[in-house]
Each structure stands twice: as C-alpha cells, then as structure tokens.
Write a protein that binds this ligand. Structure first.
Ligand code: GSH
Length: 223
C-alpha cells in the first residue's frame, strides 16, 4: 500500500488529492511543522535524507519530490487517466506545467515568503532598518515583478484551455495547484485574474480534493 509521509500545511496535500482522484487505498503518516521555525520535524529524515515532504513509500520504493511522486503515481496507477497520450500537444503541455510548478512558479513565492519574514522578524534596532531595506529592495527589483509576470502568463494560458494541458483535467493541474494556492495566500493572486481564480474554485469543488482535505487535516498555507 502507498504510504504518504504528510507534513501539515504542505505540498503533500496535493499527493493526497491525487490518490483520491485515483481512488487508491493509502495510508497517511503525519508529521507536524515546528510551530516557531515551520520546519519539518527530524523524524522525516529517517524516511528520506532531505527530511522534506512529500515523501511516499510504495513497497520497496521510497520517493521524494512532489513532481516525481505525482508522475510516478499517475503513470503507475492511473490506467491512462490524468496523463495525456504520448506525442500529442497535450502531453507536451502536461510535461511543461508539471515541471513549471516547482521549477519556475515556486521559487519567487518562496523568496517572497522569506523576505516577508525577514521584514517582520524582530531584530536589534541597528540591524532592523538595514534588513528591511534589503528585503524590500529584493522584493521590488526581482521577486514581485517575476511573480506578476508569471501570474499574467498563467492567466493567459488558462484563457486558451480550461485546464493547463488542454481541455481535460490532468495530473499537471494537481501539480500546479500548490503554487496557485500559495499565490492566492501570499503572491497577490485574486479575482483580478479571473481564469486562475476560476481554476482554484473548480479544483476546490472536486469531490476528491475535498476528501483529501478531510484526510490531510487543517490546510493553511504559510504566509
Ligand atoms: N521541490 C520539493 C520541495 C519540498 C519542500 O520544500 N517541502 C516543504 C513542505 S511544502 C518542506 O518539507 N518544508 C519543511 C522543511 O523544509 O523543513 C517538492 O516539490 O517536493
């Protein structure tokens, strides 16, 4: 049976969602973030040396990295669903968005989280203005323009098809859900980008998504 090593409020939520879409039986092992640092507990390092979530085990296989996990589960257990046919334009778009999610969409969102925290973290009075200035500059020069450009681009792409790979829902939509949810929490995504907003609404209404929320427990992305 597939075991999901699930960290609260994290990317592993989308693995639970995928498993629900696939209708597969699975076990959830829970790990709690440290309330102060928000880091994963050291027990996760016993499962995988990097100690990040998600990690799954499936028989002899232990696999980390959400994109690899989503591709592995969809191709092994999907019976041809959730992945477009090879050598089609849909498959190429599927591949693109599957990799875009962690490779391009997440880095500016992570940087925003870090710089926002630097701005808010208490520091000695002589350090605070300098730390704030550096954080604000980095956000203004690099992070926010990148975020805006990416959101505009994704909005445009969803104007071409209902889902990221084309007219059909695929595992790439599951992979893309996390950056878009993070963008709606901390990256400025709102009703002003109606296609992306409708995408979030559509996925949140899926019964499998809701079942996964019940399995995973409280899901509030970091801000
Ligand atoms: N690119 C990796 C990122 C894994 C990752 O950073 N996971 C976060 C949860 S969203 C984590 O484990 N954070 C806790 C920590 O770094 O200690 C993936 O997609 O699986």
């Amino acid at each position: 049976m597939v075991v999901v090593h699930h960290l609260n409020n994290s990317r592993s939520q989308r693995v639970l969602w995928l498993l629900e879409e696939l209708g597969l039986a699975y076990e959830v092992r829970r790990y709690q973030r440290d309330a102060k640092t928000m880091l994963a507990p050291p027990e996760l390092r016993a499962v995988h040396p990097l100690g990040k979530s998600p990690v799954i085990s499936d028989g002899d296989v232990t696999l980390a990295e959400s994109g690899a996990i989503v591709e592995y589960l969809a191709s092994r257990y999907g019976n041809g669903t959730l992945i477009p046919k090879a050598n089609t334009p849909e498959h190429l778009r599927y591949l693109y968005w599957m990799h875009f999610a962690e490779g391009s969409a997440m880095p500016p969102l992570l940087l925003k989280l870090i710089f926002d925290r630097i701005e808010k973290t208490p520091a000695p009075f002589f350090v605070r203005p300098i730390a704030r200035m550096i954080a604000q500059r980095a956000k203004q020069m690099m992070v926010l323009p990148n975020l805006e450009r990416q959101l505009d681009y994704m909005e445009g792409e969803l104007g071409r098809h209902e889902w990221f790979a084309g007219p059909a829902f695929t595992a790439a939509d599951i992979q893309m859900s996390f950056p878009l949810e993070a963008a709606s929490t901390r990256g400025g995504l709102n009703e002003g980008r109606p296609k992306l907003w409708a995408f979030l609404k559509r996925i949140h209404e899926r019964p499998a998504y809701q079942r996964a929320l019940e399995k995973g427990g409280k899901y509030e992305l970091l801000r």
